[in-house]
Design a protein around this ligand. Structure first.
Ligand code: FES
Length: 502
């Protein structure tokens, strides 16, 4: 059971107050909040945020809700862990409470004993000492009585206890990544949902690639797995991350993908879950992989899709790596392109689509202190959407800015998604720009017009040049933007580009 002077991690403190970790770090730098080895006490938190109350959990709820929306899950499905995990977590908290109560009793016994000793001293000669010690005994009695009167509970301690029941904090060693396990998630699901690319294979307890060592804390098996851990593995604390959840805060030793080289090339037969027309020129393709063969990828990567023997296309993935079974793509209608024609006119649910990949190096560079600026041109929104969702899960200190430039209104085909992000997240800003000309076929004059349009944005927001730039869309337009930023003096290492969109 947490106590007001108990040290908690910055991640947990940020959750408790409902702010991003970067805000707490700023307060520490400003000297408004004391920190001890990167941790803070609840008392100090309450001093820095005096208005934080148990009832006032709007911010926490709001942040949770936007995350749930972003990951396409309904909050009520994910609000609490399964009953057994909940019972295990409550039991852990009860143990801590019992320990505190027992310590309190010992404290009272100690003071009683001290009082007795002082009374003994009073019995010895020396009037002044008698008086002083007698006063002391009186004070001591009153102090002990006061200490035993239950105080009104610190609201942050109460909320922290509730959060501890609903979510456990996981630290990955040696990388230092951390995340929370919400609801019934396994350790692997919690990590992927938070953008931590742990090593894994099947997600289903068969391959053993997610084997990791629990260094501290308690985990609980929530899913059966066929992969057999040796007795020696078990004795050393190894578990499968895809089959266990965290009961208490835990530290696990597990490898994290350091880049695209750590993601294996895969070949998977998926089926069409749905094809939905977003507007006359864009469709949303939803593929589902078999349970036992899911697609592991990094946000921003693309795969090759093959329909039958002759139709194929390379498409960026428009969904989050946290859901490795449900893979989304945005497809543009291009008359004469056989893949596009088939998808818009004939593709049916449950048809088989062969996926191979992933490939591509258009992935997020997690560098502290730099804002993310995304420039999505037409269908370039697909990989950008995946990257933005990843960036949001990192809760970066600096902002996330999205500029979606469409050839026309129809080219901005999912306008509600970035608008909802903008409404719900303080550090996310969205700007819609309609170019008015086809971005896939640029003449020299139109290139100039595009440069002028984006230069106008940069003039209004000169801070863009201090961040990392991600550009996705039709090749020629993307290259125009890339050159613009290079001409502004940005090094190539801070301008990232992909132009693989149908
Ligand atoms: S990912 Fe295959 S066993 Fe966990």
């Amino acid at each position: 059971m947490s106590d007001a002077n108990h040290l908690i991690t910055l991640s947990r403190a940020a959750r408790l107050i409902g702010v991003v970790r970067g805000e707490l770090q700023k307060k520490i730098q400003q000297g408004v909040l004391r920190a001890f080895d990167g941790m803070v006490t609840i008392d100090d938190l309450l001093l820095a945020y005096p208005k934080a109350q148990l009832e006032d959990d709007t911010e926490y709820t709001r942040v949770s809700q936007i995350k749930e929306k972003a990951f396409g899950k309904r909050i009520f499905e994910r609000a609490m862990p399964d009953v057994e995990t909940l019972a295990a977590r409550v039991t852990e908290l009860s143990k801590a409470l019992t320990l505190s109560q027992s310590q309190l009793k010992q404290f009272k016994g100690l003071l009683d004993h001290l009082g007795d000793q002082l009374i003994d001293i009073c019995k010895q000669p020396g009037v002044d000492a008698k008086e002083a010690v007698s006063d002391l005994v009186l004070w001591l009695g009153q102090a002990v009585s006061a200490a035993l009167v239950p105080d009104s509970p610190n609201p942050l301690v109460v909320r922290d206890n509730l959060l501890r029941v609903a979510a456990a904090h996981v630290t990955v060693l040696p990388s230092g990544h951390d995340f929370f396990i919400d609801g019934p998630d396994t350790l692997l699901e919690g990590a992927l949902r938070s953008g931590v690319p742990l090593s894994y294979g099947c997600s289903g307890g068969n391959c053993g690639l997610c084997k990791a060592k629990v260094v501290s804390g308690e985990v609980k098996k929530t899913r059966h797995h066929d992969f057999v851990l040796s007795e020696s593995d078990k004795a050393q604390g190894y578990v499968l991350l895809c089959s266990n959840t965290a009961v208490t805060d835990v530290e696990v030793e597990a490898p994290v993908a350091g880049g695209v080289q750590d993601i294996p090339f895969q070949e998977i037969s998926a089926t069409v879950k749905s094809v939905s027309l977003l507007n006359p020129i864009m469709a949303l393709l939803h593929l589902q992989t078999p349970r036992s063969s899911r697609l592991r990828f990094l946000a921003g990567q693309y795969v090759s899709l093959r329909l039958g023997k002759s139709l194929s296309a390379d498409l960026p993935i428009a969904s989050c790596p946290c859901d490795d079974r449900n893979i989304l793509f945005h497809v543009r209608r291009m008359s004469g392109n056989l893949f596009s024609d088939y998808l818009f006119d004939r593709l049916k649910n449950n048809e088989v689509v062969e996926i191979s990949g992933p490939e591509g190096e258009f992935i997020l560079q997690e560098r502290a202190g730099r804002a993310f600026h995304f420039f999505a041109l037409d269908g370039g929104f697909a990989p950008v959407k995946s990257l933005v969702e990843h960036a949001m899960s990192l809760e970066p200190d600096e902002g996330i800015n999205l500029y979606w430039i469409g050839s026309n209104d129809d080219s901005i085909y999912l306008p509600n998604i970035p608008r909802a992000w903008d409404d719900a997240l303080d550090n996310f800003h969205y700007t819609k720009l309609v170019f008015g000309h086809d971005l896939t076929t640029l003449t020299a004059i139109r290139e100039e017009a595009l440069v002028k349009l984006v230069q106008g944005v940069i003039n209004d927001h000169p801070e863009i040049a201090d961040g990392d730039i991600y550009i996705a869309g039709p090749e020629s337009a993307s290259r125009v933007l890339e050159q613009l930023f290079l001409d502004l003096g940005l090094p190539k290492t801070r301008v990232f580009l992909t132009y693989r969109s149908l």
